[in-house]
Design a protein around this ligand. Structure first.
Ligand code: SF4
Length: 378
């Protein structure tokens, strides 16, 4: 069979499967009346853009409530462009990878400055911050049915198995892009890309792929080889660096809590947090906290009881946060390593966007304070 014929057969099989088993209730892929669009009908590119950025590191079921809240708060690109970064980060809280939210905001402002707000070419979209070729292809095919291929994690996995590729996809990106483009249905790119993503998310899953339900089983080289879950081949996993972070929940005599806002750079840039830093080798954690409070805020504080210890894994490191309650003694807090510092009431902490690990610290603090109130009232 010629490669061209095989591609057309793979398209036909995939689209027939998708028609029956695909995920058709994704709100940004539907018209306002809830029906599926005809191939020539455009959808709202802003709604799709927001969803695609949220989906970059996060699964659909997690994204759905965030997307609904976001669209209620910022229903148009104009509304987003006019928003305060603080409010944007607050709505993003819990989704992680906060630079995505800041880039979305920057992209909306950039888009506002263009003569035509909704470009239909790849170059214009990839010129926006945080938009790569696959995200741009997905937005353009979804919104305008433009024939651009995609290559997200799901698609890489499906194609790696289809070809039984002997090398990790990251080392063969040109080959994977060429295959995704060759397979793309030029007359139904919106449906085809969605079908490919749905296949990866629901059938050709990372572990235990459901090959008995797959429309491509007969053509799949990994299935023929007898161990489809062995693909995609990966490089040997590297050991993640591990660090212990001493954190101080510092309270003043009025019962307020000290928080600081991180600089804008980095993974968690712009978010608020409780002050702290890395434990030096051989250093008691109480000394770490005292030192960090002096170095980063120029304050003296007495370290008290442990509030909570928790672990959090990022893609590039594992952290253990050892959190102690502290009593402020002296010194006007200075933002020596942050954008700003603020004393806030414990009940106001929910008004600030914090990283996920800090949200657990807040919960522990509020629980502790509630316990103290109850004991005092007894
Ligand atoms: Fe994935 Fe199995 Fe289908 Fe191959 S046959 S594409 S491994 S689900």
């Amino acid at each position: 069979m010629s490669p061209l014929l095989q591609a057309s057969e793979l398209r036909r099989l995939l689209l027939a499967w998708w028609q029956e088993k695909g995920r058709h209730a994704i709100p940004w892929k539907l018209k306002p009346d809830g029906s599926l669009p005809a191939p020539g009908e455009p959808l709202d590119p802003y709604a799709i853009w927001v969803a695609e950025v949220m989906l970059q590191q996060t699964q659909l079921q997690v994204v759905l409530p965030y997307w609904h809240r976001w669209m209620a708060a910022f229903p148009s690109v104009e509304a987003l462009a006019a928003a305060e970064e603080h409010d944007v980060l607050l709505l993003w809280q819990g989704l992680g990878y906060y630079s995505r939210a800041r880039r979305l905001l920057a992209g909306a402002r950039q888009m506002q400055e263009q003569a035509s707000p909704w470009p239909k070419d790849l170059e214009s979209w990839t010129a926006l911050p945080g938009i790569g070729r696959s995200t741009a292809g997905s937005i353009l095919s979804s919104a305008f049915n433009r024939p651009y291929a995609i290559l997200d994690g799901n698609v890489k996995r499906v194609l790696a198995r289809l070809m039984a590729c002997e090398r990790p996809p990251s080392r063969d990106l040109n080959r994977f892009w060429a295959l995704s483009e060759a397979l793309l249905d030029p007359s139904r790119p919106r449906d085809f890309n969605q079908a490919l993503m749905d296949l990866g998310a629901t059938v050709c899953t990372p572990r235990n792929p459901r090959c008995d339900q797959c429309p491509w089983q007969v053509q799949c080289a990994a299935y023929a080889a007898g161990d489809p879950a062995a693909f995609p081949v990966t490089d040997a996993p590297r050991e993640l660096p591990f660090q212990v972070i001493g954190v101080g929940v510092v309270r003043n005599a009025a019962g307020q809590v000290l928080i600081d806002q991180r600089l804008n750079e980095g993974l968690l840039g712009g978010l608020w947090e409780f002050p702290g830093g890395k434990q030096e080798p051989g250093e008691p954690i109480e000394s770490t906290i005292v030192r960090e409070l002096q170095e980063e805020l120029a304050i003296e504080a007495e370290v008290g009881a442990e509030l909570i210890t928790l672990e959090h894994a990022y893609s590039h490191k594992r952290l253990r946060f050892v959190v102690h309650l502290c009593r402020w003694i002296s010194g006007e807090p200075q933002p020596l390593a942050s954008q700003q510092v603020r004393w806030v009431e414990p009940t106001e902490l929910g008004d600030y966007p914090f990283p996920a690990a800090n949200a657990r610290i807040i919960a522990a603090l509020l629980e502790r304070l509630q316990g103290e109130d109850s004991a005092a009232a007894a």
